[in-house]
Design a protein around this ligand. Sequence first.
Ligand SMILES: Cc1cc2nc3c(=O)[nH]c(=O)nc-3n(C[C@H](O)[C@H](O)[C@H](O)COP(=O)(O)OP(=O)(O)OC[C@H]3O[C@@H](n4cnc5c(N)ncnc54)[C@H](O)[C@@H]3O)c2cc1C
Length: 412
Amino acid sequence: MFKNSFDFLVIGSGIAGLNFALQASEYGTVAIVTKKELMESNSNYAQGGIAAVLDKMDSFDKHIEDTMKAGCHLNDKEAVEIMIKEAPNQIKRLIDVGVGFSKKQDELCLSKEGGHSERRIAHAHDTTGKEIERALIHQVRHHKRITIFESHVAFKLAESKDAIDRVSTPRQCIGAFVLDTDNNKILNFSAKATILATGGAGQVYERNSNPKIATGDGVAMAYKARAEIKDMEFIQFHPTALNKKGAPSLLISETVRGEGGVLVNSKGEQFMKNYHELKDLAPRDIVARAILEEMKHGTVYLDIRHKGSAYIKKRFPYLYENLWWHDIKMDKDLIPISPAAHFICGGIHTDLDGRTNIPGLFAFGEVAHTGVHGANRLASNSLLECMVFSGRAVDATKTYIEKEKSWKVGKL
Ligand SMILES: Cc1cc2nc3c(=O)[nH]c(=O)nc-3n(C[C@H](O)[C@H](O)[C@H](O)COP(=O)(O)OP(=O)(O)OC[C@H]3O[C@@H](n4cnc5c(N)ncnc54)[C@H](O)[C@@H]3O)c2cc1C
């Protein structure tokens, strides 16, 4: 028998998993299974912010066009439109759950990042992901219908047994097998709906911006269960990660360039004007390729010293402190940088409500492929993707568990 039985099994405690869990708990019991501590996720390290049309100079059409351009028009236009039109509501929802976005008087401060034609990035200083996680975790921890399993690693999806032994067609997903790493025990979780919200796969690359948890487990488990996987070749490399011997490849947010930082080559020249009309704020793939070209002749740096010490310390407290530990003072020194693997645009293919081709299995967030990013993600569109598509999946999972009557027990 399965030891743990829930209506919804959510694998992953990033913003996508937490946002879903909170909303789905209205309709049933929820288990959140997560590899390490609840807070450890890509979401927790997001610095820049979350994109939404919030300024009267801006429009949905402009945000849609910027997203399609960054994605080389390989995006699914319908998914893009849904995400962008839903964005302002998601910012409101986050404020309602207690997220403290940076404000001036009563207005949200909006920053600009590469590929955006307007200021539209809501942020909490330079630790936006951490602030969103904090607010969601506070709600989740106090919820009676949500049970949290930290240090639990899912390693296999449980499939129903049916009369015909199918080779190529997926079977219904009825939960997952999970290793409790504190007690070294394998547990069986049964669920009416199983959700993969396991995030990215940056650790596949030697030089990457992701935390240790980002090993692509969700895609691997889904692939083994014969889920449809798409666009795995579209890996985004962030142009500016710290490049100093002995130091980790700490991500230097694009907002540093959005707020006036410039890239300079080993001769001290601002070179981006030679590569793109948007210069330092060109889409990420273009900036990353330009940096690699310049690196053939020496180290490339990011320079924001001209903004002054007081501004830098107030706007980028996290980066200032973390670079200081590596003997770099943002207000006095050039920051040596180079590109690093950052985000996976492809993943488990889903419809616009998180359904995969496997009955009972849903996916959203970075692990999923909805088509919103096309070949290359526009900056700050991924926290947005997590919020929008995890919210939309609530109805789809609720309908699924109401319709589905027969719950079978799987075997390892
Ligand atoms: C340094 C950095 C900065 C970023 N900045 C921004 C930004 O400013 N704006 C923006 O929009 N996006 C940004 N991104 C991207 C964004 O943070 C992620 O795409 C997004 O947070 C992914 O959220 P998620 O909920 O899908 O996955 P994650 O937040 O990665 O969460 C995945 C969860 O799954 C768990 N997990 C994984 N495998 C298993 C398993 N086998 N069993 C159990 N649990 C498992 C993990 O422990 C984790 O809890 C940034 C990413 C990084 C790394």
